[in-house]
Design a protein around this ligand. Structure first.
Ligand code: GAR
Length: 205
């Protein structure tokens, strides 16, 4: 599987994907890293490994359709079969979702459908979980459709929270889980072990 990784930030999930590939847990090649931010750590990590790394932001294009055409051209040029969103903080254009239907995954730092949707990204999620007094959080890998954080859930793992937890400690606990489960879900995608029935998706073991 030729994988594109879309990332906006430091890229620790991207690194976890690379580690899984290096260890033989994930049968994939990252052929493209794309970011909406020119200063994303993920782009630096990619360049250091000789992986094609592109800055592709709506602001650099004259229109939505030119942006979509540009994004699709990058994906085609690098023969990408699937896209892993790894801390990508932008909406994926509907045309790209349609072109890669059921082949785009996202990792979300909470147990969807709770704590998802507009404005629920990065540290905001952990602040909201903390404020809610929830006793569990966790990570979710899901397929990406046209709506934020709403596509079929592939894999989740919970972490228990306690009175001593802070938003930062919740983030750290969840991140450890993210790094473990994202490669597992991507390997299922690579091996064609995902069954989709409407809004429900299951990984075959
Ligand atoms: C991760 O916690 C990821 O789940 C989250 O951003 C962080 C990126 O960290 N993604 C979202 O909030 C998407 N809605 P990373 O750059 O170190 O992988």
């Amino acid at each position: 599987m030729n994988l594109a990784v879309f990332a906006s930030g430091r890229g620790s999930n991207f690194q976890a994907i690379l580690r899984a590939i290096d260890d033989g847990r994930l049968s994939a090649r990252v052929t493209l890293v794309l970011s909406n931010r020119s200063d994303a750590g993920a782009l630096e990590i990619a360049r250091a490994r000789g992986i094609p790394a592109v800055h592709c932001s709506r602001k650099s294009f004259g229109s939505d359709s030119e942006f979509v055409t540009g994004m699709l051209a990058h994906l085609t040029d690098h023969r990408c079969d699937a896209i892993a969103l790894a801390g990508y903080m932008k909406h994926v254009p509907a045309e790209v979702v349609a072109a890669y239907r059921n082949r785009i995954t996202n990792i979300h730092p909470a147990l969807l459908p709770a704590f998802g949707g507009a404005g629920m990204y990065g540290h905001h999620v952990h602040e909201a979980v903390y404020a809610s007094g929830a006793k569990f959080s966790g990570a979710t890998v899901h397929l990406v459709d046209e709506e934020y954080d709403r596509g079929p859930i592939l894999l989740q793992e919970a972490v228990a929270l306690d009175a001593e937890d802070t938003p930062d400690s919740i983030a750290a606990k969840v991140l450890t889980v993210e790094h473990r489960i994202y490669p597992i879900a991507l390997q299922a995608l690579a091996e064609g072990r995902i069954d989709i029935q409407g809004q429900r998706a299951w990984i075959r073991l």
